[in-house]
Design a binder for this molecule. Structure first.
Ligand SMILES: Cc1cc2nc3c(=O)[nH]c(=O)nc-3n(C[C@H](O)[C@H](O)[C@H](O)COP(=O)(O)OP(=O)(O)OC[C@H]3O[C@@H](n4cnc5c(N)ncnc54)[C@H](O)[C@@H]3O)c2cc1C
Length: 497
């Protein structure tokens, strides 16, 4: 008896054994939104694509779109099948003790974090691009396309907001009346009405997008995507300004294999793409490899309403140039607290409850000294992917933003007729919105990659995820990663042409 994954995935051996033929046009590492969005673009343009994914095929969709959504006991167990522990430490204790406690989480699975994410999809603002060699105007066409393919609903998208009852509007009006700009949250949950054969797609997830694309193949084929699960890319080899091969290993295999392609793409999530570049010795090519890493400054709060709300709400307080953070408010609940095991808790609210959850995400400063460092410890990730730590300190700017967010929450509570009953500053890395490590630049020599994520010094290597970003807005990263990977694919296609 074969498993479901056998009809979706391809064996690593079939790519390397006798009769395997020459390699694909593009070899992509990672099957999250960065990898799958790029793969679909490449295949639709006639290229043969192989995706290597360290994790197994577990679900064809977001867990919140599946029956597991209603099973608070089973969903954490699905996480535990594919979650591993990682390490984010401050420099001083790390330099003194050399210890890198496993204090953070990462996920390795076909679809990556798109199986579990919370669905909030704001865009960057105009000023969020101040440190980028691109403007919002340059980026807007990719945002439009990403919102379309992710079926985003919300204030500016084609699809109506998810919560649009009177209660939601009244809640927004309370904030606006208090002088706090507020809008419906942008969510990658399809709200288009069921009609004429159209059924909504629910949460965006790269595993479902890949399956729906109709491009999955079992062999290396022009215009097709072969997906190889449970396979870790260990490093790339290079000579004379070109990557010459990628060394990979099945998670249970003792031998490595060498794969070749015309082009190679890292789409492992910012930290893992950076780790792979470091493991490949690419720091010898540019000193910025591994540096300028950041994550959002993340404060969460619990608000208690004086009177219950009539309906569920999900409100978004956008950032301003002076206030570089945003707040997501959702509820009501009888009482709860954010956990990555249930990022879509806002679907399970209870109108009899009087508690609201508030998440504040502030722009983190990507200091040169915030770095990914390869360490000896194996970690708990598959096949050696865990042997790293992120060494990152908060700057004065980061501390100021944390203070401002913490100070603003009681004002927000007062505006909506509630009290702030609890708040917490989360450690760096906990927001899971990491960026940097392979930062882009407009000029060769100033950065690691160019404005399409192509490595300046290796003509056939690129990065499709947020490792290339020079900075982050307060916006949660998924939508911008998807838009960026569309732009990345366009740049790689131009180079391959
Ligand atoms: C619980 C939770 C809630 C979230 N909520 C939101 C939200 O509301 N809004 C938002 O915008 N973002 C949210 N995020 C963050 C968002 O999910 C991520 O920013 C985004 O999905 C990252 O996409 P990616 O493709 O860059 O990386 P990933 O999704 O991490 O995919 C990378 C894949 O690459 C694989 N890989 C890595 N290294 C290797 C290697 N060497 N060999 C083979 N494979 C490798 C990994 O196994 C992984 O599957 C949330 C994340 C989590 C976990």
């Amino acid at each position: 008896m074969k498993s479901l994954s056998s009809i979706v995935t391809t064996d690593l051996a079939s790519l390397t054994g006798a009769g395997a033929g020459s390699g694909p046009d593009v070899l992509i590492v990672g099957s999250g939104t960065a990898g799958v969005t790029s793969a679909i673009e490449f295949a639709r343009n006639g290229l043969s694509v192989v995706i290597l994914e360290a994790g197994p095929f577990v679900l064809p969709m977001h867990v919140g779109s599946s029956p597991f959504r209603s099973r608070g006991d089973l969903t954490p167990q699905i996480h535990d099948l594919v979650r591993h522990r990682t390490s984010w430490v401050e420099r001083a204790p790390f330099e003194t003790s050399g210890e890198a406690p496993l204090n953070n989480d990462s996920w390795s699975v076909v679809g990556g974090r798109t199986l579990f994410w919370g669905g909030c999809t704001p865009r960057f603002t105009e000023w969020d691009f101040d440190d980028w060699p691109l403007t919002l105007q340059d980026f807007a066409p990719y945002y439009d396309r990403a919102e379309d393919l992710m079926h985003v609903s919300g204030p500016r998208a084609k699809r109506p907001p998810f919560f649009r009852g009177e209660g939601q509007q009244e809640f927004l009006d309370r904030l606006i009346a208090a002088g706090i700009d507020a809008e419906h949250a942008s969510l990658a949950v399809d709200t288009q009405a069921v009609q004429n054969g159209y059924m909504s797609r629910s949460f965006d997830c790269s595993a479902s997008r890949l399956i729906r694309s109709g491009l999955l193949t079992r062999a290396v084929t022009p215009g097709g995507i072969a997906l190889v699960e449970n396979t870790v890319a260990e490093r790339v080899e290079h000579a004379d300004g070109q990557v010459t091969g990628l060394i990979a290993r099945g998670v249970d295999a003792s031998e490595t294999v060498r794969l070749t392609a015309r082009h190679y793409t890292f789409a492992c999530g910012a930290i893992q793409s950076t780790r792979l570049a470091l493991a490949s010795g690419l720091k010898d090519l540019h000193p910025d490899v591994g540096t300028h890493v950041a994550d959002h400054q993340f404060v969460q709060g619990l608000l208690k309403l004086h009177e219950p709300l009539k309906e569920p709400i999900y409100a978004f307080i956008p950032p301003t140039r002076e206030r570089p953070y945003h707040i997501q408010i959702q509820g009501p609940f009888t009482e709860t607290w954010y956990t990555p095991y249930h990022a879509t808790v806002w679907l399970d609210c209870d109108v009899k409850g009087t508690y609201l959850l508030a998440y504040c995400f502030g722009v983190g400063e990507p200091s040169a000294s915030n770095e990914v460092r390869i360490t000896d410890g194996p970690g708990t990730a598959p096949g050696g992917m865990g042997g790293y730590t992120v060494i990152a300190d908060r700057t004065d700017h980061d501390h100021r933003i944390l203070e401002e967010m913490t100070g603003f929450l009681p004002e927000v509570a007062k505006a909506v007729g509630a009290d702030l009953v609890r708040s917490k500053v989360n450690p760096l890395g906990a927001a899971l919105h990491e960026i940097g490590g392979l930062r882009m630049s407009a000029q060769e020599g100033d950065g690691v990659t160019d404005t399409h994520g192509r490595f300046w010094q290796l003509g056939n290597l690129s990065v499709a995820d947020s490792a290339a970003w020079p900075s982050q807005g307060s916006a949660n990263s998924y939508l911008t990663i998807t838009a960026w990977s569309l732009r990345h694919a366009e740049g790689v296609l131009a180079r391959l042409a």
